[in-house]
Write a protein that binds this ligand. Sequence first.
Ligand SMILES: C[S@@+](CC[C@H](N)C(=O)[O-])C[C@H]1O[C@@H](n2cnc3c(N)ncnc32)[C@H](O)[C@@H]1O
Length: 287
Amino acid sequence: MATVVDRVPETLCDDDFRRVAALIKEQCGINIVFGKKALLEGRLRKRVRALGFPTCSDYCDFLFSSSGREQELAAMIDAITTNTTNFFREPLHFTFLVNSALPELIRMNGAGTTRKLNVWSAACSTGEEPYTLAMVISEFASTLPRFDWGILATDLSSKVLETAKMGVFRNEQIEPIPMKLRMKYLLKSRFADSESVRMTPEIRDRIAFRRLNLMSGVAKLKDEMDVIFCRNVIIYFDRPTQERIVCSLYDRLIPGGYLFMGHAESLMHIPLQMTYESASIYRKTRE
Ligand SMILES: C[S@@+](CC[C@H](N)C(=O)[O-])C[C@H]1O[C@@H](n2cnc3c(N)ncnc32)[C@H](O)[C@@H]1O
């Protein structure tokens, strides 16, 4: 039974923390340890207020009711995910992609030249990562006749995907993009105020945005990928979950394909047939 302290409107009691953290781990793999209780509480508070519940506890009771699960789970997940991203984040990855990985994939099996090159941004957040990929691959493609390529960009959160699909960014967000690329791939937005720009249709049309939960959706993907970017997401998972997800990504890669992880994410503890190519870049061994 909730105590008076537990019923302080904005406070998440320990029991509620435990059941919400277990639900989040089960649904999206994100491992929220007790030390992060204040962070979770802060993020849930937005939902408590948005739905007008008097206390966090009332919100949790709703979340765990059958109608609450149906109506609220996705919004709760949107509220608790960390979506920090930016254009050209960890820029050496994009240099490696165009200088080493793409030429090697063409040489190995004609990726992009005799068949389509498939690239996947597996936790794309608001789109800065797939749009960066699209700009650098488009530049690479312009040096070759009839280079065919496409990007699948997925995320668990529907909210970030809506933003990503629009392809509209504020002027301060585009600062990491080199001027030459800005001139070529960004337009003054007709949809927002003059402080915003929009990716050109040429770039937007190369990217298919879809909701996909890495915990359950990877095996359902039909295409084999030449390149997977899965950066700054498994860091939120515990070790067994990291291992399971990385193995499922490995299964979606062609032999000789490349896996790019975040700089703080190492695959050293995961036994897979992969070679270490460069900082947090791995390559599936050719059979
Ligand atoms: C910190 S952002 C990383 C964005 C981008 N990859 C980058 O490095 O800039 C992490 C993203 O992972 C997504 N995410 C968290 N759990 C996920 C899951 N189980 N399946 C798919 N995406 C997930 C979040 O919604 C968030 O947008």
